[in-house]
Write a protein that binds this ligand. Structure first.
Ligand SMILES: [Zn+2]
Length: 253
């Protein structure tokens, strides 16, 4: 595998020097308000309505490297939002430009589930299942969106968990804390996928909002690939709420 690890900083010289081809992902200009970006060029000749929100761009690819994992080797790519403090981490694998649209997951950060093995939710098993499926196909992308607790942050999430300990469901807990049920937005995740050269994807998700957000941002979701894992007893109420009150497409609860 001729993956090139290239860590880039933000200086123009480094950007120029670091623009190698990285394992199937075409190099993309970091941000080119002064010229036509590759994405803007993509809009030429596209169907009307495709890629409606890409000019001006709102994310920048700022760093990338090899990342060997227990699921095999990925490329890890860092993006920064150009209109907020948000950062995104992408794990990408294989040639993303082939004919068959690759598997894609937009995974919303869940410290408790992804890192600590919490069984109050299905996030950790979903992330691992996505990594396994992408590893099995040898190609695909995970956009790791750092919007903890559907955007409320880890401290508020702990507060909401305390209310759930008293019997509230995940929606009631957020409402009692005066917090939105779901603050997440996916447009910049879509922009990242477009920046990686994708136009058609197979989306690993049970969340219809993610699907429609990607479509509205100009990506074609040719298939939704269910990512449902056997629910733990501790997660079943949470997942039932997601299914019944948030429209998630779940069959096992
Ligand atoms: Zn979770």
């Amino acid at each position: 595998m001729n993956t090139t690890a290239c860590l880039k900083d933000n200086s123009p010289l480094q950007r120029e020097a670091g623009r190698e081809m990285v394992a199937g992902v075409p190099p993309v200009r970091r941000h080119a308000p002064e010229g036509r970006s590759r994405l803007a060029a993509l809009t030429k000749g596209s169907s009307p309505g495709l890629y409606p929100r890409l000019d001006p761009r709102t994310v920048a690819r700022v760093a990338e490297a090899r990342l060997p994992t227990e699921f095999g080797e990925f490329r890890i790519i860092g993006y920064r939002s150009l209109n907020s403090e948000e950062e995104f981490v992408v794990l990408a694998r294989g040639d993303l430009t082939g004919k068959r649209p690759p598997l894609v997951r937009i995974h919303s950060q869940c410290l408790t589930g992804d890192v600590f093995g919490s069984i109050k939710c299905d996030c950790g098993p979903q992330l691992r299942a996505a990594l396994e499926m992408i590893a099995a196909e040898g190609r695909g992308v995970i956009v790791y969106q750092q919007q903890e607790g559907r955007g409320i942050g880890i401290i508020n999430k702990i507060r909401a968990y305390a209310m759930q300990d008293e019997g509230a469901d995940t929606i009631e807990a957020n409402e009692r804390l005066g917090l939105a049920v779901d603050l997440r937005q996916y447009e910049q995740c879509a922009e990242i996928l477009l920046d990686l050269g994708l136009s058609h994807v197979r989306l690993l998700s049970n969340n219809p909002e993610k699907l429609s957000a990607l479509e509205e941002s100009g990506l074609r979701v040719v298939a939704r690939v269910s990512l449902e894992v056997e629910p733990s007893a501790a997660a079943s109420n949470y997942l039932r709420t997601k299914k019944e009150r948030m429209g998630h497409l779940l069959k096992l609860v």
